[in-house]
Every structure is written in C-alpha cells, then in structure tokens.
Design a protein around this ligand. Structure first.
Ligand SMILES: O=P(O)(O)O[C@@H]1[C@@H](OP(=O)(O)O)[C@H](OP(=O)(O)O)[C@H](O)[C@H](OP(=O)(O)O)[C@H]1OP(=O)(O)O
Ligand SMILES: Nc1ncnc2c1ncn2[C@@H]1O[C@H](COP(=O)(O)OP(=O)(O)OP(=O)(O)O)[C@@H](O)[C@H]1O
Length: 483
C-alpha cells in the first residue's frame, strides 16, 4: 500500500462502532480504522495532527504492551499508525457517508488529522488457506462481561445474582436503544459448558443487537437491522451457510434441514471459542474455574434444572478464558473503584505535575504494565495503590468491551489449525479486536451509569405493577407470570 498514492476508489465502507469507522481495501486483506468525533463537537478540529498521531499511537502501544501480554500474542493484531493524505480522507468520508447506519451518524469521521490505523482484515483468511472456492465465514462476537462481581464494596445485592448485561437490557429498552430484549447472557457463553454456550449463541442469532455480526468473503451478511424493529433474517443466513454444511441435509431426516445447518454452525463457533487450550498429562485441556464468582446469572433463560456442577470451566488458553481473566482484574467493582478515583483526583489537584509520573494518560508501556501486574492486594492508603487499581479497572473495562472474530473456511485434510470436528473440516483463526484504552475521565460516568442500570432494573422487575395492570394480572396469571 503506497501511502502517497491512496485512492478512495480502492476502499469501501466496512463497518463502525461508537469511536471508529472502518474501511476495507478492495484487493488487499487490509482495513483502515479511522477515529470519529461527535458532530456537534468542533473542538476536535483544533486537535493538531501531532496530538491525533499521539492518540492513535497510544491505541497501538496499549494493544502491544498491555493487552497483548495479557490476552496472548496469537489473538492480537495491534496494527500500525499511518499518515494519510488529507484529500484522500475527505474523499473517503464523502464516499462512505451513504453507507453508514443512521444510528451511527451522530458522529463524523476525523478528516482533519490525516491519521489512521492500518490492520489486517480479520474477516478474511490469508490467501494460502483458500484452496476452496467457498469464501471464509467470519463471526464477530462482542461478548461483554462474563462474570458476576464479587467485591465486598457492592451495595446492591442484585448485582451478585444478575449480570450487568442482562440488567442493562432493561435500561436499553427503556431508552429506545433496542426494541426487544436480548435473551443472550454472557455468563452462559463464558461457562465452558457446551449446552449453555449453545443457548447463548442461539440467543445471539435470534437477537444480535451489537453483539453479533457475520461476514462472508468479507461482506456483512447478518447483523442487527438498521431499522431496529425488524428482526434479522435467519432463513437468509441459512441459505448462505448451506454450502458449508452440505451433509447436514441428511441430519434430522431432512425435516428441519435449516435447523441442522444452524446447529452445526453453532458447534463450529463453540469449538473455536474453546480451542487453543493446552492439555495436561492425561490429554485433558486445563480448565479455568470461577471460584470467586457465582457462575450463573438469575436472568439467563437457560433452564436452572439443567445446570449441573459438572467439571465445566474454560480451557485455560482459550480465547474466552483469556478475556475473562483480564475482565476479572476488576475485582473491586466500580463501587470500590470510584472512591479510589477520587483519591487520585484529590492528589492530582495538589500535585498536578504527578499526572505524568503516574501515567494517568499513558504512555502505555512496560512501566504501565508493571503497575497493572504488581498492584498490591491490600489498600495501604497510598495514591500508588489507588492508581494501580484504577489502571487495572481500565484494563478490565477494555476486555469487557472487546470483540472476538472467528474466521473459518473449508479446508483440505492435511492443513494445520483444523477444528476438531468429525465433518466437515475447517481451517480457522481467532482474533480479539477493539482493544482501545478506556479513558480515566470516564470513571465518574461509569459510576453513574452503574447506579442507573441497577436502579432501573430493580424498578422494572420488582415494582408492583400499576393498579389496572395488576387487576389484569390477577385475572390472567398464566399470561403474566414473572420471568
Ligand atoms: O458501558 P457499556 O457496557 O454500555 O458499553 C459501551 C458500549 O455499549 P454496549 O452496552 O456494548 O451496547 C458501546 O457500544 P455501542 O456504541 O453501543 O455499539 C461502546 O463500545 C462503548 O465504548 P466506547 O465509549 O466507544 O469506548 C462502551 O462503553 P464502555 O463502558 O466500554 O466505555
Ligand atoms: N481488523 C479488522 N478487520 C476486519 N473488520 C474490522 C477490523 N477492525 C474492526 N473491524 C470492523 O469494524 C467494526 C468497528 O470497529 P471497532 O469495534 O474497532 O469500532 P469501535 O468504534 O472502536 O467500537 P465500539 O463501539 O466498541 O467503541 C467492528 O465491529 C468490525 O466489524
């Protein structure tokens, strides 16, 4: 890719989140990730190219020196910062505008700094794997927080029983962010039990929201609809998946062949999420167990009587286990972190120059990583302890908001990295993306949001219904029983 010969016609819109917009190259397996800003915020126009460059460099350093050592080399692609011609970025911004979903248009692409991040296109597989005519399928999952908080600082008992994702659903529905509740529960996905993972993935397929996207040959084929009222088309997905699971025709006596295809598809996803674990002497994968946290969320639709105390847990080096371990660096919960944040703030008010030494805004290097790894377990009242815990919390927040990309394609018998399934065989790769640092200044917002989510959940699930509704409830108990 020659940076001085960039042509917007070589790129197309690929996707976006809250903070960045991604375009993919038409020929090469590359994407460009460009930052976005609130459209009403003209302040970013004053951000110098130098500051923007530093910002993106911080993102790369954080991925390289903090997240990579914690999550494992093999899952992370940190990318490189590139300086792009301003004219190219402006033309690109105009070109992609019509493709952007309406709900993301509250922000505009950064067309001022000329800085971007160049990464491998993870929805594709490197060419040498592609001996088959069927293009790779890529499943992107944003799993969110996979454990129940266990901190002694928690003041609301429900946080120990119902996971943040399930509680947050009620708040999102009330705010109009989504039109239907998702039945996905992260604790099921992170359980390591194939049954529970199956249910979690099935629920993601039924209501993907922003937690599931599927690509075929790099093109998005399944996600939440732009019009949130519409449900995604599972039949359409099945049509796309048929050629990858041809023998599923024979399963289920062909009564529900579509169901068999989805069933196999889910199994492939489960296997890749659980793969990568090393084995102990008897060949059994080493497991990670959640000793500190209750392993089941009371709001999950998974039937309680099917919960067994079997030896589940996640294989130790699997992508899910790696992410969960980093998420669990948040062992004080926001309720325990907020007072420590205030301790740091007070200290910085007195000694503003200490901000750099304490690496509040980076740089994200080995020394930052040392503070994260070697933070004392007991509070000695020092600012160092407070900063260490705040750093750990922010790292955990990144892991709670990252995405996993599983890309697989049919392969030939002798290829490495095969999923260990009877038939068919796939070559696959698993990566973790969106590993940006979460801002230190975001902590007060997190504290308020946590209170809102919990209070809203308690009000919406425990409040006595309005009197007229109550009458109806008594008359039709069968229809209105609590879920
Ligand atoms: O707070 P949450 O759990 O709602 O997470 C936010 C995400 O919402 P979600 O609940 O996944 O739909 C949110 O995602 P969406 O914009 O809703 O797709 C962002 O990922 C946000 O991170 P950032 O501010 O862009 O760095 C996320 O904010 P952080 O809390 O990770 O900073
Ligand atoms: N390296 C990559 N290869 C392929 N697709 C990518 C890559 N990086 C990002 N994408 C796509 O672009 C989308 C947006 O990217 P990303 O999640 O990094 O945005 P974000 O704005 O940081 O997200 P968030 O809303 O979580 O803050 C992703 O959901 C994914 O589909």
């Amino acid at each position: 890719m020659e940076l001085d010969k960039m042509d917007e016609n070589d790129w197309k819109y690929h996707g976006e989140g809250n903070k960045s917009l991604v375009v993919s190259h038409l020929q090469h397996c590359r994407v460009l990730r460009l930052l976005k800003f609130p459209s009403e915020d003209s302040a970013h126009t004053r951000q110098t190219a130098e500051q923007a460059f530093r910002h993106i460099l911080n993102i790369v350093d954080y991925s390289k020196y903090v997240m990579k050592p914690l999550l494992g080399e093999k899952y992370i692609h940190s990318g490189e910062v590139v300086k792009l011609p301003l004219d190219f970025v402006r033309q690109l911004s105009l070109k992609v505008q019509q493709e952007r979903p309406e709900l993301r248009c509250d922000k505009v692409m950064d067309t001022f700094s000329g800085c971007g991040l160049c990464l491998p296109n993870l929805t594709q597989l490197p060419l040498h794997h592609l001996r088959d005519h069927r293009p790779p399928i890529c499943v992107e999952i944003k799993p969110k927080c996979g454990f129940l908080p266990f901190s002694r600082h928690i003041t609301k008992e429900c946080k120990r029983k119902v996971c943040r994702f399930c509680m947050h659903q009620h708040y999102k529905l009330a705010n109009g962010k989504w039109k239907r509740l998702s039945r996905y529960c992260p604790l099921d996905l992170f359980s390591g039990s194939k049954q529970r993972m199956y249910v979690a993935l099935k629920n993601l397929l039924e209501e993907p929201q922003n937690n599931l996207k599927i690509f075929k040959g790099g093109e998005l084929i399944f996600s939440c609809k732009d019009d949130a009222k519409q449900q995604p088309d599972l039949n359409d997905l099945i049509q796309h998946l048929w050629p990858y699971f041809p023998h599923s025709n024979g399963l289920y006596n062909s009564h529900q062949p579509g169901k068999a295809v989805l069933n196999e598809f889910i199994q492939v996803i489960c296997s890749s999420l659980l793969s990568g674990g090393d084995s102990n002497r008897s060949g059994e994968p080493r497991k990670m167990h959640l000793s500190e946290s209750r392993p089941h969320c009371e709001a999950s639709p998974f039937p309680r009587d099917l919960l067994r105390n079997g030896n589940h847990g996640l294989p130790k080096d699997s992508v899910l286990s790696k992410i969960l371990q980093v998420q669990m660096l948040d062992n004080l919960d926001i309720e325990g972190i907020y007072p420590l944040y205030k301790r740091v703030e007070q200290y910085l008010e007195e000694f503003p120059k200490e901000r750099n030494r304490l690496q509040i805004d980076g740089p994200y290097n080995e020394s930052f990583m040392d503070t994260v790894k070697n933070c004392p377990t007991e509070d000695d009242g020092s600012v160092e302890y407070a900063v260490g815990k705040v750093h750990q919390y922010r790292v955990a927040m990144t892991a709670k908001d990252c995405s996993i990309m599983i890309t697989f394609a049919p392969c030939e018998e002798d290829e490495e990295h095969q999923l260990n399934l009877e038939k068919p065989r796939f070559t696959y790769s698993v990566s973790i993306l969106d590993l940006d640092p979460k801002p230190y200044e975001g902590i007060p917002h997190q504290y308020k949001l946590d209170t809102k989510i919990v209070n809203y959940y308690l009000r919406s699930t425990q409040a006595p219904p309005p009197s007229s509704l109550y009458k109806e409830r008594q008359e039709c108990t069968l229809l209105f029983h609590a879920v």
